[in-house]
Design a binder for this molecule. Structure first.
Ligand code: PMP
Length: 438
């Protein structure tokens, strides 16, 4: 099989990509569906067998403007004809500076902000911690149960789920503390989280040793849990009081996913630093840390960067994404799509008792799947439903501490007809997964 690619007489159609994948790619990277995608457009992808699927995963929240948005394609092509890469540590180039200016404007609103660009979400997270430590001259970092902040060593140290993210990868960087994230469905109130923080300060570290609290305004991989507004405000007050920086990890929630540009904007607070990635690049790898100028300027010259950070093609794509979000009024569309999706999911929850809860903000919605009889998280049933959905032409993935939450991260350019079709397929998948239809 491994010679197949070199055999001239065999066409691409005959290649068994999954067998090649098995042989050449390690088991540590798991692919959720046995599907090989060769073409994509908007909210749809096509398998190597020519079958069309509705893509309600969007590269895990990367494609708010949809696959291959024509404006993104044009911007990248134009940039490719000028400068594809120049490394900002060697020479400056306009798209990096333009993008930093643009990000500062969308986040900063009147205050002096600065941005530094990287490639992946995890890199942005790591650098936000570096910047926070440098500015505060403290080392402690507080994160949440169920948090996901990436797969680099510090990223997984900050991540609040062990299997499979941490197993056998330690030792991890230290001075990281964890408190519960509010989760009404599982009985964790904002008071529980704040009490845990008090206890942490009383027993493990003092507030004046803590550089930052990092929070996802809607916990993503942890189960699509929106942080209550009052909780975000309490965290902001408390961090102000103790000189701790508040970092919002907007890697999954940013750029219109929740119906606003950023998740933190739902709670009228201003974080000190925010991390961005995923949908910023419209499919190209780019991330960044945005924050108040005096904080961003604290690391020593040369302390930030990376060969590909803010690559010129990715910056050009990101500038086009920001234009598309504005020109196509995708924030409003996110609100509307979110309302439609939530309403349809609530109808399905009436029909199927295995949907324990429907929750989310904007077009970031999820359903938590539970056992019919016990009401307890049911990861096996979740898996079955996901596979039935894929078989019927709808791509979805799971999340949550118990891996029993199905998340919807469809592009914001999804049409009403596509949403309706997806809901029809999801209904069939629920019926088949629960054994209520052959
Ligand atoms: N933070 C959050 C909130 C995320 O959702 C993710 C990715 N799922 C990351 C960080 C890590 O991003 P990346 O995979 O690009 O490193």
């Amino acid at each position: 099989m491994h010679n197949v690619l070199n055999t001239q007489s065999i066409t691409e159609d005959d290649i068994d990509w999954l067998a090649l994948r098995e042989e050449h790619v390690p088991r540590g990277i798991v692919t959720a569906h046995t599907l090989v995608v060769t073409k994509a457009k908007g909210s749809e992808v096509w398998g190597d067998d020519g079958r069309r699927y509705l893509d309600f995963v969007g590269g895990i929240g990367v494609l708010n403007v949809g696959h291959n948005h024509p404006e993104v394609v044009k911007a990248v092509q134009r940039q490719l004809e000028n400068v594809s890469h120049a490394c900002f540590q060697v020479v400056a180039y306009p798209p990096y500076i333009e993008l930093a200016k643009r990000l500062n404007k969308v986040v900063g609103k009147g205050e002096h902000y600065k941005s530094v660009l990287f490639t992946s979400g995890a890199e942005a997270v790591e650098n936000a911690i570096k910047i926070a430590r440098s500015f505060t001259d403290r080392s402690g970092v507080i994160v949440f149960d169920g948090a996901f902040h990436g797969r680099t060593l510090l990223g997984c140290a900050l991540t609040g789920m062990s299997q499979p993210y941490k197993q056998n990868f330690g030792p991890f960087p230290g001075d990281i503390y964890r408190i519960p994230y509010p989760n009404a469905f599982h009985g964790i109130t904002p008071e529980d989280s704040l009490n845990a923080l008090d206890k942490l300060f009383a027993t493990q570290t003092l507030p004046d040793r803590v550089a930052a609290i990092m929070i996802e305004p809607v916990q993503g991989d942890g189960g699509f849990l929106p942080a209550p507004k009052a909780f975000m405000q309490a965290l902001r007050d408390l961090t102000h009081k103790h000189g701790i920086l508040l970092i919002c990890d907007e890697v999954q929630t940013g750029f219109g996913r929740t119906g606003k540009m950023f998740g933190f904007q739902h709670s009228n607070i201003t974080p000190d630093l925010i991390t961005v990635a995923k949908s910023l690049g419209g499919g190209l790898p780019i991330s960044g840390v945005v924050g108040k100028a005096e904080i961003m300027d604290s690391p020593t010259p040369g302390g930030l960067g990376g060969t590909y950070g803010g690559n010129a093609l990715a910056c050009a794509a990101a500038l086009a994404v920001l234009d598309v979000l504005e020109n196509e009024r995708l924030l409003e569309r996110s609100v509307k799509l979110g309302q439609q999706l939530e309403a349809r999911l609530r109808q399905l929850a009436e029909k199927y008792a295995c949907i324990g809860e429907v929750r989310g903000v904007g077009f970031m919605q999820a359903v938590e799947i539970v056992d019919y009889d016990t009401g307890k998280p049911d990861a096996a049933l979740t898996e079955k439903i996901l596979h039935c959905a894929c078989d019927a032409g709808l791509l979805l993935i799971k999340c949550g501490l118990y891996r029993n939450t199905i998340r919807f991260l469809a592009p914001l350019v999804t049409t009403d007809a596509q949403l309706e079709e997806a809901m029809h397929i999801f209904d069939i998948a629920l019926a088949r997964g629960t054994g209520r239809l052959d």
